[in-house]
Every structure is written in structure tokens, then in C-alpha cells.
Design a binder for this molecule. Structure first.
Ligand code: HEC
Length: 105
């Protein structure tokens, strides 16, 4: 999980989350223990697919790939996973190799 997104990407995702997701969600639903309960141990591809194909609930499939990856970067950042040099990309084969975990507190 180290360095798989950039800080700039997370910043963009934060803005997208506010405009597209916050009327139904708070980011806390996707961070901390809630993250552990639902997403820990699953692959980044699962999270990608969930967001890309089912969200926003009233407009599923409307997000562009860079929007989905930015939203994921925001979620990773909220979970204190370290940012790095290379942006998160919407490559499902690669995302499927990443098992998601939060750093231990
Ligand atoms: C109109 C309300 C609405 C909007 C807008 C919306 N969601 Fe959701 N979202 C829901 C509901 C309701 C659920 C749970 C029901 C379901 O499983 O479909 C959900 C479930 C999810 C889940 C799965 C959570 C879990 O506990 O398994 C994720 C991840 C998610 N949303 C991300 C997003 C993101 C990212 C956005 C912004 C692009 C977004 N949602 C926008 C209503 C919304």
C-alpha cells in the first residue's frame, strides 16, 4: 500500500468527494475501523469496481477513471496510507494485485 497514489491526487479526490459523494456519505464511513471492517484484505480492484460501477447511487457509471482513482486516493489518504511519486491508475490487473490494509496505529 505504500506510495500508490500522489498527494495531489488525494487533494483532487477530496474536492470530488465533497461535490459528488458528501450528500450521502461522510469519509469516516470509509476510514479507520469502518475501512477495516469492510475493505481490509480485499483488493483495490474491488473498491475501484464498487465506486466506478455503483456510485453515485443515482448516477452509477458516470465517473471517469481519473475521478475514481482520485476518490480512492482521498480514501487512502484519510486512512494514513503513505502517498508517493506515482499516481494511482485505473489498471484493473494491477489494482487486483494490491491487498488493501491500513498502517497499524
Ligand atoms: C444518492 C446517494 C449516494 C451518493 C451521491 C453516493 N453514494 Fe455511495 N452509497 C449510497 C448508498 C445508499 C450505499 C449503500 C447501498 C448500496 O450498497 O448500494 C452506498 C455505498 C457505497 C460504497 C460501499 C460501502 C460499503 O459499506 O460497502 C462505497 C465505497 C460508496 N458508496 C462510495 C461512494 C462514492 C465514492 C461516491 C461519490 C462519487 C458515492 N458513494 C456517492 C448512496 C450514495
Amino acid at each position: 500500500m505504500d506510495g500508490i497514489y500522489t498527494a495531489a491526487q488525494a487533494e483532487r479526490g477530496k474536492g470530488l468527494f465533497t461535490s459528488l459523494c458528501e450528500r450521502c456519505h461522510s469519509v469516516q464511513e470509509f476510514s479507520g475501523r469502518s475501512f477495516d471492517a469492510i475493505w481490509a484484505g480485499t483488493t483495490a480492484a474491488t473498491l475501484y469496481a464498487r465506486i466506478a460501477t455503483t456510485m453515485p447511487l443515482d448516477q452509477p457509471g458516470s465517473l471517469a477513471i481519473p475521478q475514481v482513482t482520485a476518490l480512492m486516493a482521498h480514501i487512502f489518504n484519510e486512512n494514513k496510507m503513505p502517498a508517493g511519486e506515482n499516481p494511482l491508475e485505473g489498471n484493473m490487473d494491477w489494482l487486483a494485485t494490491i491487498s488493501m490494509a491500513r498502517p497499524t496505529e
